[in-house]
Design a protein around this ligand. Structure first.
Ligand SMILES: *Cc1c(COP(=O)(O)O)cnc(C)c1O
Length: 276
């Protein structure tokens, strides 16, 4: 792994931690109550090794196949205590595979998926292939456009049903709620609505206090509205390659700053030293 990439990630991580501290302080919260989940999807295992060397112990991945392959390749190369989070959309037929590598799933959005994951995690616990129950966030959709996943937030009975299914599954623990704001939405409004829903769900499930919310572009707003886990990709790793990680190596710092492809839809990089 290159020294240049190590320096780049070290700098981005330090800037991100300052940004998170600042966001917590601005919200009157203890920075230690806001977890940082580096999202390493599309980036190579060598980046994960570097981040582990910099003290990161939690990693978010969005696709079962990519995550399983990376984790297998990293066997024995990471410190103890590393935990893996599945943050992407999940089909029921992946439940058994995910239950073998994920410590936490952020994207449970149906009773059927909860049941499948619960059964898979219980089976893996039973035969020693996992040591702890699978922590599960119920994903809610803030605009009720469920094409991107999530239980419609304006259907509280449906949210309750999925939360109850997770809470009642032997292999699962209900961690809390997760959401991704709709494209173009005002993050303050979106996360405010999410915070209301979290209060409502917590009244029924008092231990489900987690809130997985906030990404590179909107983490300040998410922290203001109570996020306990921000999922950050771009601001830490740089822009993701636009095609499959199998055929493209991640862009380097030089191509990100001055020579980026014109017309690339990727969001601007978090500027170094800025607290944006
Ligand atoms: C990719 C991804 C992220 C990270 O997004 P960035 O804007 O790159 O920080 C967060 N959450 C989910 C569900 C993702 O798929």
């Amino acid at each position: 792994m290159s020294d240049q990439r190590r320096e780049e990630l070290a700098r981005a991580l330090a800037a991100l931690r300052r940004r998170l501290d600042e966001a917590a302080r601005a919200a009157g919260r203890d920075p230690r109550d806001v977890g940082l989940l580096p999202v390493t999807k599309y980036f190579p295992g060598t980046d994960i090794e570097i981040l582990a060397g910099l003290g990161c112990r939690e990693f978010g991945e969005a696709r079962d196949q990519e995550a399983s392959a990376k984790i297998a390749a990293l066997a024995g190369r990471l410190p103890d205590g590393v935990r893996w989070h599945m943050i992407g959309r999940l089909q029921r037929n992946k439940a058994r595979s995910v239950a073998l590598w994920a410590d936490v799933v952020h994207s449970v959005d149906s009773v059927r998926l909860a049941n499948a994951l619960g059964a898979a995690a219980a089976a893996a616990l039973g035969d020693g292939r996992r040591r702890a129950p699978l922590q599960a966030y119920v994903q809610v959709s803030l605009d009720s456009d469920t094409a991107r996943g999530g239980v419609p937030i304006d259907e509280p009975d449906a949210v309750d049903e999925v939360c109850d299914a997770v809470a009642g599954a032997a292999g699962l623990r209900l961690a809390g709620l997760m959401a991704v704001p709709p494209v173009g939405a005002d993050p303050d409004r979106a996360f405010g609505r999410l915070a209301d829903e979290r209060r409502r769900v917590c009244a029924r499930h008092p231990s489900a206090v987690g809130l997985s919310a906030g990404m590179s572009g909107d983490l300040e707003s998410a922290v203001k509205h109570g996020s306990t886990c921000v999922r950050v990709g771009t601001a830490l790793m740089g822009n993701r390659p636009l095609t499959s990680p199998a055929v493209v190596t991640p862009v380097t710092s030089s191509s990100r700053t001055s020579e980026r492809n014109p017309g690339s839809p990727a969001p601007p990089l978090f500027p170094e030293g800025s607290t944006q």
